[in-house]
Design a protein around this ligand. Structure first.
Ligand code: PHE
Length: 351
């Protein structure tokens, strides 16, 4: 792992802001990757990392993903991400104080950076942050925000899975298709409900086995142990939790024909897109299929989109993927390369 100095010196983004919260022993990293399309938006991830440098590296990769996500979604915002690298997930007053300290750092950026929820942060946390600064998406509805974006991310992924099934199996109909949902949190759980309503056969898994079993009982689904996810027999693998589950070791063991889920940074490295293509797996680029939460939050709170406009944009995720799949086939390239090309074109025309 590179040092924090090397990571910052070699990053291709615009700005890194670093603070340390002594009271909780937490590192605060705000990485602004690009403001070419507008002020930079991106979630706030709270997580325990082996070292602070790993938290910074995660924030940097996620921030770059936000730039391409916004560009492909056609939302006039740039890309950023924040990581709160904590020694343990804080609760109660300790959590509040850390979020206020973080809010004071956001305030110094004067609107260049806007944030929303991500892994281990919620609308309630956005409410807390907004007590000390503006520029916060996805506050609770009581506080005037648009609430939890998770169900809308799930809706976008659902449209993306249907478009991917149409490409891989010749029909968007999910009835009888087996879908493995890995991670049944704020996106995976509502996604599983949408898929179940369409008659898909579901296999659920979560690091919290109890959580997977409870939802599986409700939906009449099966469960598998978290470690067996990749090898589970299914038509569609939907990673909806941690990134990096697709790598040189796991790709040869995949049983699915389609990978289409909400996790950010699903590929451990860009070369994994070629590995997936080589084994005939259709990969829905993560930043394309998981844009629904941002489309909803930014659409409602910054662009004044109504429900119909938002639903059209969520369905548009499926249409964009279809175009990306066609383009990849024509060019004999990976679906990731075709998506990157689309993002690059939008960014260069804005420059
Ligand atoms: N977690 C969201 C994502 O990765 C980030 C986000 C949500 C940003 C809501 C703004 C508003 O796309």
């Amino acid at each position: 792992m590179d040092s924090i100095e090397t990571l910052i010196e070699t990053w291709d983004g615009e700005e890194v802001v670093v603070a340390f919260d002594n009271a909780t022993g937490s590192w605060i990293f705000i990485c602004i990757h690009s403001t070419v399309l507008g002020p930079a938006g991106g979630g706030t991830r709270m997580k325990v990392y082996p070292t602070p440098a790993e938290g910074l590296a995660d924030a940097m990769r996620l921030a770059a993903g936000m730039t391409t996500k916004m560009a492909v979604a056609g939302v006039a915002f740039g890309g950023a991400k924040a990581v709160l690298a904590v020694p343990e997930l804080p609760e109660g007053d300790v959590r509040r104080r850390l979020l206020h300290r973080y809010a004071d750092v956001i305030a110094t950026l004067k609107g260049t950076f806007l944030t929303g929820p991500d892994m281990n942060t919620s609308s309630a946390d956005m409410d807390t942050i907004s007590e000390r600064c503006s520029h916060i998406f996805s506050r609770s509805e009581e506080r005037g925000g648009s609430g939890n974006p998770g169900p809308f991310t799930a809706r976008g992924v659902y449209h993306g899975i249907r478009a991917s099934a149409a490409r891989a199996f010749g029909s968007a109909d999910l009835k009888g298709r087996t879908v493995l949902v890995q991670g049944v949190g704020s996106v995976g759980a509502p996604l599983a409900e949408l898929l179940a309503a369409d008659g898909a056969k579901l296999v659920l898994t979560d690091v919290d086995g109890e959580r997977a079993r409870t939802l599986a009982d409700q939906l009449g689904a099966d469960t598998v142990a978290a470690n067996d996810a990749v090898e589970t027999d299914c038509d569609v693998y939907a990673p909806c939790a941690l990134g990096g589950t697709l790598n040189a070791a796991t790709i040869p063991r995949l049983q699915a024909r389609v990978v289409a889920g909400s996790a950010n940074n699903q590929l451990a490295e860009p070369a994994d897109a070629s590995r997936l293509r080589a084994v005939g797996v259709l990969y829905a680029p993560d930043y394309v299929i998981n844009a629904g939460g941002v489309i909803y939050a930014v659409g409602r709170e910054a662009l004044e989109w109504d429900e119909d406009r938002i639903e059209a944009a969520l369905a548009g995720i499926g249409e964009t993927l279809t175009r990306i799949y066609e383009r990849a086939d024509e060019a004999g390239r990976t679906t990731l390369a075709a998506a990157d090309e689309l993002a690059a074109a939008r960014l260069s025309s804005a420059r």
